[in-house]
Design a protein around this ligand. Structure first.
Ligand SMILES: [Zn+2]
Ligand SMILES: [Zn+2]
Length: 441
């Protein structure tokens, strides 16, 4: 069983919520006009999708434009100032800046979940000296919602005015929220999922162009292929991992070992169950082979408290919770569910993304987790089965027992755990190790 991991943990769920208010009070189209097809599409993407009835006489070919345009639009609309948390700001202060429009609503969960990503991006870019400005354009139905939402933002907002907002929404052809629209001609469009790109890459997504997105994807590919552990597990000057008792362990100390990147969360019962199996295999390998194997926890815990509980219960190392590395590794290795175990060989190359299957099936025996090792184990198992009878009678049991394969069972004779071959009863819940069978004459 695999817990479904909300891969973009902050903005999930991707559920389409229909709008609770009656159409008359809604600044956009009648929600009943939401078309089935659009709903389907919206479920694939994140956020809320709207059906926008085309307005007669407007040229809908016009798409994202440049800064100059928005300033002209504000001028034409009579908008002289924007809002900041401090108060009014003259529109003219935006000129010369990289302007991005943010369409969002307080009632929309994906919007509220996306806003912290944008805050991080905004602060990071400004620290990097980029002259960026974000302007919030509200999809809220009333000023209270607008004000509440704007409290979570550190950038500017167009003052609350349902009709003006609607004209801006039409002008920029926004059909879903959240929408982030950088005013440059080669930006990734809403339909190409700029929101997802920002969630994936944070401030590195800047300047939000297709070229930048391609570069980032190529960088992920290279990191996956080259698997330079210091680059993969480190982050902007952090060159260490941490142990369960908070010791800093230099990343260079794990180079040359077989590494398991363990994606797991404290809140997930399947993770807890697999952690037990992995711990057994880890301890066995440490005892038998010394220091040639290491596991690194890549936590998907919801907060630092859970992370600390999780980490301190494990005998191996962890990537610190604070920086983006955990998030980057999930993306680089395309982790869709937890628990997951990605195995990297002593040469730094990925051996397998399916370590969970290997460890849960064969435990420490699976080491060094290569395909040929798994093939050998499977062949040995087959051979063992071929040497056993298809069915047998045992002096301790009244029914005929059949040869069967089980992932895990408890032997009813010796009471010890067993796995793979068993003689089991179809009538009642009875299992025997093949070695515990006492044949009746
Ligand atoms: Zn037994
Ligand atoms: Zn029976």
């Amino acid at each position: 069983m695999i817990s479904s991991l909300s891969q973009r943990p902050v903005s999930s769920p991707f559920v389409l919520e229909t709008q609770p208010l009656p159409p008359s009070s809604h600044p956009l189209a009648d929600p009943l006009q939401l078309q089935l097809q659009d709903i389907k599409k919206a479920k694939q993407k994140r956020g809320h999708l709207f059906y926008r009835a085309p307005m007669a006489g407007l040229n809908f070919e016009a798409t994202y434009t440049d800064n100059h345009d928005i300033l002209k639009i504000f001028e034409a609309e009579g908008v002289e100032f924007l809002l900041s948390s401090e108060g009014k700001v003259p529109v003219s202060e935006c000129s010369g800046k990289v302007i991005c429009l943010f369409f969002s609503a307080n009632w929309c969960r994906p919007c509220r979940a996306f806003t912290p990503h944008l805050l991080e991006l905004y602060e990071t870019l400004r620290k990097r000296g980029i002259n960026i400005e974000i302007i919030f354009i509200s999809f809220d139905r009333d000023e209270d919602g607008f004000k509440e939402h704007f409290k979570s933002m550190t950038w500017l907002a167009v003052p609350f005015d349902v009709n003006l907002h609607r004209r801006l929404i039409d002008r920029y052809r926004v059909d879903r929220i959240p929408s982030f629209v950088p005013l440059c001609s080669d930006a990734i469009t809403v339909k190409e999922d700029l929101i997802g790109c920002i969630e994936d890459y944070g401030a590195d997504a800047f300047p939000f162009t297709r070229k930048r997105h391609e570069e980032l994807k190529a960088m992920d590919e290279r990191k996956r292929e080259e698997a330079n552990l210091e680059e993969l597990l480190g982050h902007e000057g952090r060159d260490f991992l941490i142990s369960g008792d908070d010791r800093k362990v230099p990343i260079c100390e794990v180079i040359g070992k077989t590494i398991g990147l363990y994606f797991c969360a404290y809140w997930s019962p399947p993770c807890c169950a697999f952690t037990v199996q992995l711990t057994d295999a880890y301890n066995e390998l440490k005892a038998a082979k010394g220091d040639c194997f290491e596991i690194v926890l890549i936590s998907t815990d919801r907060d630092l408290v859970e992370f600390n509980i999780n980490k301190s219960s494990m005998p191996w190392l962890a990537v610190p919770y604070e920086d983006r590395t955990r998030h980057d590794l999930r993306r680089i290795f395309d982790i869709k569910g937890i628990p997951a175990l990605v195995l990297i060989g002593p040469d730094g190359k990925v051996i397998s993304g399916n370590g969970k299957f290997m460890v849960s099936s064969y435990g420490a025996e699976a080491f060094p987790f290569t395909e040929s090792r798994i093939r050998d184990l499977e062949a040995a198992l087959r051979k063992e089965g071929e040497a056993l009878p298809q069915q047998a009678e045992d002096v301790k049991h009244e029914h005929v027992l059949k040869l069967d394969m089980a992932k895990a069972y408890v032997c009813d004779s010796c009471r010890k755990q067993g796995k793979f071959w068993t003689f089991s009863c179809d009538v009642c819940d009875y299992d025997l190790h093949p070695s515990c069978l006492e044949k009746a004459n």
